[in-house]
Design a protein around this ligand. Structure first.
Ligand code: FAD
Length: 508
């Protein structure tokens, strides 16, 4: 019998060594299963885009002469679980062995290992040939450090992979251009046109709905903007490098009420499902600097996200799973406000980020970190609830990258392993970085009273609640001193105001 090779939905890399030649004795298996549609409440576009991309990948494999067994969500033989389907397919094909690529999620890694140990045929795991280093690269690089500072790992990556290096020195004499990259955006230069394709997935959407899959957000099935194959992802990369990358750094942290992409790439889905390799995206950005198409600060800022952050969070994940998804260093227990699922709040910045998320399954990093994440942390929301929200609503959400970003970077639930200080701010930061405050029902300059922006009192209340813990952190010393100098009556008023907001949090 043949060899079965399992391809998971986030392993759509046509350049993987598996596909170098078509072999009659190999059957590639892809499956759409309820196990995967149901482990979180996913955004409609996420289910749709993944199934569409898996279908396109199967078609392209067949065209290239490979044998493919595609188990669709409504296939009568579909048992809707990964290993149950594998067992059935082994029997059906009389398969003699199974291979799979290393999964990126602990959940699937464990399930497949346990299954392999007791199934009747030899099972082998191979590398997914996607990342720069092995799962434990970060743990090895940062062994013995209490805090896992990304910057240390990133510099090693730059040296080891010879990215933006001049001899053994960083290009331009500096490792980090973040200081140049903190500007608000006032409309100039204009946001580049959306380079993504447009697909009509209405038939597929009807199939998904008929199968009973529950989702959140707007499917936009008639005009789905997410790439379904490597060719489309490469076109999107080209357009990004040409039009957006030159301005990426300067406006990386900017917020805008009417422009959701600004100068971000929206390549996270294509990267996470492996249509694109991180190396080629980094190489394209570096080449743009070499040829004078984009300034070094922009290119370094972009490369840092992929060569640095993306590889780093993966390493944090593998070093700390299982258990990381249950971390809750600050002991937060409040349920996530119901309006995270509807966008129905009068706070303009949150309303914009949430509505955009529900409409498009996308928000850029600062919206995720400093708007939705910031509020959830200040309000003391249960990090597990916050984690489940982020794991569901974004097009690029896979646990290995979502969990460290949400629990570590955004919610400080790992007690500072990842983030050197909690990412919290009052209204002043949001006002400086964006345009939401004009026209908001709340006033960013007021700290107490019915019209005060809730971010203000919640910020001081958060600092006061966690004062002891934060006082030990040198990066928080300045704000802790501000807190200590504040007249007792002022702090009391702020904390009473915070209580008022928290008691009616669902009505904010
Ligand atoms: P760009 O700004 O264009 O950046 C380019 C690429 O760099 C991204 O496509 C992504 O692959 C990578 N990247 C950038 N920042 C990070 C980061 N912090 N960690 C890992 N990779 C990064 N990213 C995900 O891919 N999946 C998630 O589920 C996810 N959840 C997040 C949750 C929270 C609370 C926060 C604060 C961040 C999260 N991120 C996640 C990281 C980041 O926000 C997204 O990668 C980014 O917004 C995707 O949009 P983009 O492709 O336009 O990114």
């Amino acid at each position: 019998g043949p060899l079965l090779r399992l391809i998971l939905g986030d392993q759509l890399d046509p350049l993987h060594p598996w596909f170098a030649q078509a072999r009659a004795d190999v059957v590639y298996v892809l499956m759409e299963i309820r196990q995967e549609t149901d482990y979180a409440l996913h955004h409609a576009q996420k289910v749709l885009a993944l199934f569409a991309a898996m279908r396109a990948f199967a078609r392209q494999l067949k065209t290239a002469g490979h044998r493919v067994r595609y188990v669709a969500i409504d296939d009568p033989s579909n048992r809707q679980r990964l290993t149950a389907n594998l067992d059935a397919l082994i029997a059906r094909y009389q398969a003699t062995a199974v291979e799979y690529q290393a999964p990126d999620e602990w959940r699937l890694d464990t399930e497949l290992r346990q299954w392999a140990a007791q199934t009747g045929v030899p099972v082998r795991m191979v590398d997914s040939a996607h990342f720069y280093g092995p799962r434990d690269a970060v743990a090895r690089a940062l062994a013995g450090h209490r805090q896992w500072v990304m910057e240390h790992f990133y510099r090693r990556q730059r040296r080891q992979h010879r990215v933006l290096m001049e001899g053994d020195q960083p290009a331009g004499g500096r490792w980090n251009f973040d200081a140049d990259n903190r500007q608000p955006w006032r409309g100039n230069p204009p946001e580049p046109p959306d380079p993504r394709p447009c697909h009509d997935h209405r038939a597929l959407w009807a199939t998904i709905v008929a199968a009973g899959v529950r989702t959140v957000g707007d499917a936009q099935a008639g005009s789905c903007r997410w790439p379904i194959d490597r060719g489309e992802a490469l076109a999107q990369l080209d357009a990004f490098v040409q039009h957006a990358l030159p301005h990426f750094g300067r406006f990386q942290d900017a917020l805008s009420s009417h422009h959701q992409r600004l100068f971000h790439s929206q390549l996270s889905l294509a990267l996470n499902v492996k249509m694109l390799r991180p190396h080629e995206v980094v190489a394209r950005a570096e080449a743009a600097w070499c040829s004078g198409q984009a300034p070094l600060a922009a290119v370094e800022g972009f490369i840092r996200q992929i060569l640095g952050w993306r590889e780093y969070v993966r390493g944090v994940y593998w070093a700390h799973m299982p258990g990381y998804t249950r971390s809750n260093a600050l002991g937060h227990t409040r349920p996530l406000p119901a309006w995270y699922w509807s966008g129905e709040t009068r706070m303009a910045c949150l309303r914009a980020a949430l509505r955009q998320t529900l409409d498009s399954a996308y928000a850029h990093h600062i919206q995720r970190l400093m708007v939705t994440g910031n509020f959830a942390l200040l309000a003391g929301c249960d990090p597990a609830a916050v984690h489940h929200w982020y794991l569901g609503v974004y097009i690029d959400a896979f646990e290995w990258v979502e969990a460290p970003n949400t629990l570590g970077m955004s919610q400080w639930a790992d007690g500072g392993l990842m983030a050197t200080k909690p990412y919290v701010s009052s209204a002043a930061y949001l006002q400086r970085m964006g345009d939401h405050c004009q026209g908001c029902a709340y006033d960013p300059r007021q700290r107490t009273g019915a019209r005060a922006c809730p971010f203000n009192a919640l910020y001081w209340d958060f600092l006061a609640r966690h004062r002891q813990r934060l006082a030990a952190n040198p990066r928080m010393a300045l704000v802790v001193r501000q807190l200590e100098r504040m007249p007792a009556a002022d702090l009391h008023a702020l904390r009473a105001q915070a209580q008022t907001w928290l008691e009616r949090i669902d009505d904010l």
